[in-house]
Ligand binder design. Sequence first.
Ligand code: NAI
Length: 507
Amino acid sequence: MNTPRFHTVGIVGTGAMGRGIAQIAAQAGSTVLLFDTQADAIAKARDALGAQWDKLVDKGRLDATDAAAHKQRLRPAARLAELAGCDLVVEAIVEKLDVKQGLFAELEGVVGPDAVLATNTSSLSVTAIAAGLKRPQRFAGYHFFNPVPLMKVVEVIAGLKTAAATCAALTDYARQMGHTPVQAADTPGFIVNHAGRGYGTEALRIVSEGVADFATIDRILRDQVGFKLGPFELFDLTALDVSHPVMESIFRQYYDEPRYRPSVITAQRLAGGVLGRKTGEGFYRYVDGSAQLAPEPAAPRVDDIPPVWVSTRAARRAELYQLLKDLGAKIETGQSPSPQALTLVAPLGFDVTTVAVVERLDPARTIGIDMLVEDAATRRRVLATNPATRSDMRDAAHALFARDGKAVSVIRDSGGFVTQRVVATIVNIAADICQQRVCSPQDLETAVTLGLGYPLGPLAMGDRWGPANILEVLFNLQTVYGDPRYRPSPWLRRRGAIGLSLMHEEA
Ligand code: NAI
C-alpha cells in the first residue's frame, strides 16, 4: 500500500456519510479519528464498519489481517481538540450553514496551520462556509455520494479562496481511496446534483400535464433510453425528503431559473409523508420491499388494420417505412392519405395536433410515433394520440406496432413525447453546465455516469441521438410551450454542429 497522502484524517459527524468516508480512508491506510456530538454515534459507526469488514472477510473479499488493520486504524475522539494532529479533517455534520461555519472556526484553532479542512456539503456554498476562516486557502468541498464505498466518485470543489494545492492534495487522496475525483466550481448543486435536474423534473412536468402516468413514463425511459431506474422509481429510492429540498434549493440558488423549477407534485407528497420506499409508499406502493405494479395493458386485438400513410416530414422516414413493411402494413405512397388511411407523423419537439393542422391532415386519423431513438435500439415504441384521434385508429396503430412483440405505450399529445423531452432537457442542462464552466466536459461525463448511473454521459447522449435533433426538439418545445425552460444553451447551439462530447477545451 502506498503511503497515504494524509496520514491522520479526522471525520466530524459519523452518520451515514461520515462513516462511509471513514471506511475508505482507513482502507487507504490513514489513521482515522472519529468525532460526533451524539453520545453513541462513534461506537455505532465503529461497530457498523467492523461488521462490514467482517462480512467482506466471510465472503473471501478481504484478508482477515487487513480487516484487523483497518479496524485498528479507526480511533474514537472524545473531544474536538483530539483532532489536533490531523492533516485532513472532513466534516459530515448537519446541513446548516451556521453550524458548519461554527465548527470550522473551532477546528482552525485545533489543527496545525497546514492541515486541510474539507466539507461534504451537498447544497451549501463552499465559499460561504469558508467566509469566516483565517486561512480559507486550505479549505475545500469534498462531496461524496451515498453509499460512499460503492459510489466511486467525489467532487472536489474550490471555493473562491481555495488554493490549487488544496484541491490537488484532495484529488490525489481520492485516487488513493479508490475513488474518481472530478473538479467542480463552487456553484449550486456542483456537478451531479445540478446535472440531475433534467431527469426527474421534466418527468414530473410530463405527469403534471396528464400526458402519461408515472409507471408509463418509467417504462418508456427504461426501455427507450436504457436508464436503470425510471425517474419515479428513483424518487422512491432516494425519498422525497431528500430530493424535493435539493430541487428547491438549486432553483432558488439560481434565482428561480426556469430550467430547475420544482414541481407541486413532489411538494404535496412531501407534505403528506408519501416519501418513497422508506415509508412503504411513494409513487409506487411497496410490500416487503418490492414495488406493487399493475400489469401493463395488453395490445388491443384488431383484425383489419387500415392502410398507413406516413408524413413526408417524419423523422427517420425511411426507417419508419422499413419498419412498417417488416410489420406487414399496407403502405400508401400517394402525396396525401386516402380517406381510410391511418396517418402517421413523427415530429421532433412538436405535438401531434400542431403537425396535423400544419400538414392539413385529418386529426381524427392522425397518430404520432417517437422516432428520436432508432427502432432497432429501443425496446419500446411510443405512440401519441391527439384530442381528435378516433379510438379505432388508436387501437389499429397500437396493434400494428405491437405485431412483432415489442412493447408499445400510447400516451396523450404533448410536444416532444416523453423521451425527447427528458433527453433534450438532460442534454441542455449539461450543455449549460459546460457553458458556465462548472467543470470540464470530461469531468461532467464521468461525474454523471458514476454519480447518477446514467447509461451514457449527457453529452454522449446528445451525440448518440444527434445534436441537431436535440436542438430541433428544444426549439420546437420552446414554440409549443412558450417556456424559457426549453431555451437551448448557447453551448449546445455552438457545439451542435461539431458534436458535444468533443473533449478539447476551447481557447
Ligand atoms: P447523518 O444525519 O446521517 O449524520 C450526521 C452526523 O453528524 C450525526 O451523527 C450527528 O450526530 C452529527 N453531528 C451533527 N452536528 C454535529 C456537530 N456540530 N458536531 C459533530 N457532529 C455533529 O447525515 P448524513 O446523511 O451523513 O449527512 C452529513 C452531511 O453530508 C450533510 O452535510 C449532508 O448534506 C451531506 N451529504 C449527505 C448525503 C446523503 O446522501 N446522505 C450525500 C452527500 C452529502
